[in-house]
Design a protein around this ligand. Structure first.
Ligand code: AMP
Length: 398
């Protein structure tokens, strides 16, 4: 069966058509600037060149129509008709406490997702628009929602309750949810499989280090803690997000800089992280180039980032009372050997040692620790689209 995977943001939409038997990507692409002047679709059939088409896309429905037209195009399409799409898997950012796993989408589920809009005001409304547009254009095709938060619903209370008045949890569901769940689930499973071990008897720490970054502690296949919180702002220092800070800084900055709460949140989400520290870029490749030229703040930004990751790894070793494997994934985790080496250097006392040559790898499943390292460290590329396709197939074939 072919599964169309849709990841719909407020003004962009990423898609992949995956043959779920062979797990091959048949075509993929991106619609950009939806609802804005200059919208375009970038479409790439497997083995072919990227094709960019500028076309007005005032709404998500037009964008999805463009996706479907590209997939069925007589020249560059990969399927003859939409009947060859067996199901659609949608990435949904927030499922609140309601969804601990993926679910077939119907009106009741859509209402429940809508109820979570408060918890993810930037993401969930966009996800819903994408789902509804798809439903209109493909009314007979089953659709599945795969939630970023679902994998972390196994966290125990002691991990997800904040030190706040308890009624904020009961009244408003203020708690840690965690994100990147599809990636943490995929990578932890793949780590066990790659190492030839039973995930139900493993303690794994997954470091998803991309522009957005989070860590999870996966004990016997279940997430027991993760660094992101009620929103993706908590935890690691990220590309432009601050991660953990003293909450009093918000009041302090508001007074000093004359900012309202939106202004402060904008600074924490968009002007902070390694971008804020370096003043240079949120992209680690630029920081590396800056560091090579002796840019002190670029060097500092990388150090702060790595140190925070190391502290979280240390805390998750405590949370699980040990660790068998540490897996690095996402743009930075899969590609930046210097970041991996610096992070692991904090664990020399525990007998973690990296093999320098193995650690020079990029984007492939690989053990990067030495044979006598006390903990196996590996690079495991994430594949959220494939994970969504697998979940979708599993639900619609039931
Ligand atoms: P992601 O959000 O997973 O796409 O990751 C984006 C981050 O990964 C950016 O900071 C990039 O600089 C970093 N990244 C992506 N590719 C590479 C690479 N080949 N070498 C180093 N960093 C990379």
């Amino acid at each position: 069966m072919n599964v169309l995977v849709i990841n719909c943001g407020s003004s962009s939409l990423k898609f992949q058509l995956i043959d779920s038997d062979s797990e091959q990507v048949l075509a993929k692409g991106l619609c950009e600037r939806i609802g804005i002047d200059g919208s375009r679709i970038v479409y790439q059939p497997a083995g072919g060149e990227k094709i960019t088409t500028e076309s007005p896309m005032p709404t998500h429905k037009q964008a999805i129509q463009m996706v479907l037209d590209s997939l069925t195009d007589s020249k560059n399409g990969v399927i003859a008709s939409l009947e060859e799409v067996g199901a659609v898997g949608h990435r949904v950012v927030h499922g609140g406490e309601k969804y601990a796993s993926s679910v077939v989408l119907d009106d009741t589920v859509l209402e429940a997702i809508e109820e979570c809009n408060d918890l993810a005001p930037l993401h969930n409304p966009a996800n819903l628009i994408g789902i509804r547009a798809c439903q209109e254009l493909m009314p007979d095709t089953p659709m599945v929602g795969v939630f970023d938060t679902a994998f972390h619903q196994t966290m125990p209370e002691k991990a997800y309750i904040y030190g706040l008045p308890y009624r904020y949890y009961t009244d408003y569901k203020v708690r840690k949810y965690g994100f990147h769940g599809t990636s943490h689930s995929f990578v932890s499973k793949r780590t066990a499989e790659f190492l030839g071990k039973d995930i139900n008897q493993m303690k794994i720490i997954v470091c998803h280090l991309g522009n957005g970054a989070s860590i999870s502690a996966v004990c016997n296949g279940k997430s027991i803690d993760t660094s992101m919180g009620l929103t993706p702002l908590e935890g690691l220092v990220m590309g432009t997000r601050s991660g953990d800070i003293d909450p009093s800084i918000m009041e302090f900055l508001a007074k000093k800089e004359g900012l309202d709460i939106e202004g402060v949140m904008n600074v924490l989400n968009k002007e902070s992280g390694v971008y804020g520290i370096s003043g240079l870029s949120s992209d680690f490749r630029d920081l590396e180039a800056g560091a090579k030229e002796g840019n002190k703040r670029a060097i500092l930004a990388r150090k702060v980032f790595n140190y925070r990751v190391a502290k979280y790894i240390g805390s998750y070793i405590a949370a699980m009372n040990g660790v068998d494997a540490i897996a690095f994934t996402a743009g930075l985790g899969e590609n930046d050997s210097a970041v991996r080496a610096d992070i692991c250097s904090y664990f020399g006392y525990m007998g973690i040692a990296l093999d320098e040559e193995a650690n020079s790898c990029r984007g492939e499943d690989k053990v990067i620790s030495t044979a006598d390292s006390k903990v196996t460290v590996c690079v495991i590329p994430t594949n959220e689209e494939l994970a969504i396709a697998r979940e979708t197939l599993a639900l619609v074939s039931k």
